[in-house]
Ligand binder design. Structure first.
Ligand code: URA
Length: 240
């Protein structure tokens, strides 16, 4: 009997609430009703419906990378070097790993090799801000040593997700490590494949060329690099 009265009272309260009449019940705790649940559902749906921008999606990945501890490099880096540029870039340039200057500034290719890369990008009529630049590794290996296979394995998903969001028409891989990763073949030699447009990870068009640091150490190869960049220009023009 008592239970029935309680039930009826709650039903009445719910009816009042649905009708928007709440001022009689200032101090009455009304249990969760179907309206509350519907409100909650609506909010969840609104959140699901909101399309996140490329910038927001990239920022999410950046935050994940910031707290990543999948390899040891987070312990010795100064800054995460996530990547930067136009999220709608037609072309992405992918290097190996941050060096000293990049680690200091938290930006890719800002040291000597970076200046060289910037010149090559400008040579084909583009600005740095128009392209997207990233690396295979997001943290600097101590003393600029080569990335270890397990570091590449631990980090590659961040790069793959960046690529999927930016969805470039062409990916220019700089040097051995990014070329091997994007062509899914860790035996490939850069000297054999550079200057060619090849199908790589998820059928993305991959154009390997020398790493800018290699060009600094081997100035004789600059001419070849310029030829490669001329080809990149032609490919981009054809894609327009
Ligand atoms: N070398 C790279 O591979 N990446 C950089 O960001 C700088 C130098």
């Amino acid at each position: 009997m008592e239970r029935d009265i309680k039930k009826q009272l709650l039903a009445l309260l719910e009816w009042y609430k649905e009708a928007g009449i709440t001022f009689y019940f200032k101090n009455v705790e009304i249990p969760r009703t179907s309206i509350d649940k519907a409100d909650k559902k609506d909010k969840v749906k609104q959140k699901e419906d909101k399309v996140e921008s490329k910038e927001e999606l990239l920022e999410k990945i950046r935050n994940e990378a910031l707290s990543c501890k999948k390899c040891e490099l987070y312990k010795t880096r100064k800054n995460l070097v996530f990547g930067e540029g136009n999220p709608n870039a037609k072309i992405m340039f992918i290097g190996e790993a941050p060096g000293r200057e990049e680690d200091e500034q938290g930006r890719p290719f800002v040291g000597q090799a970076g200046q060289h890369l910037t010149k090559l990008i400008e040579f084909i009529g583009l600005k740095r801000e128009e392209v997207y630049i990233a690396n295979v590794l997001k943290c600097r290996p101590p003393n600029n040593r080569n990335p270890l296979p397990q570091e590449i394995e631990a980090c590659k998903d961040f790069l793959f997700r960046q690529i999927s969001i930016i969805n470039p028409k062409i990916i220019c891989t700089l040097g051995t490590f990014s070329t091997q990763l994007l062509l899914l073949n860790n035996r490939i030699q850069i000297t054999r494949v550079r200057g060619n447009l090849l199908k790589g990870w998820k059928n993305y068009m991959v154009f390997p060329t020398f790493h800018p640091s290699y060009l600094l150490r081997n100035p004789g190869s600059k001419k070849t690099a310029i030829e490669d960049f001329k080809k990149i220009k032609e490919i981009l023009e054809e894609l327009d």
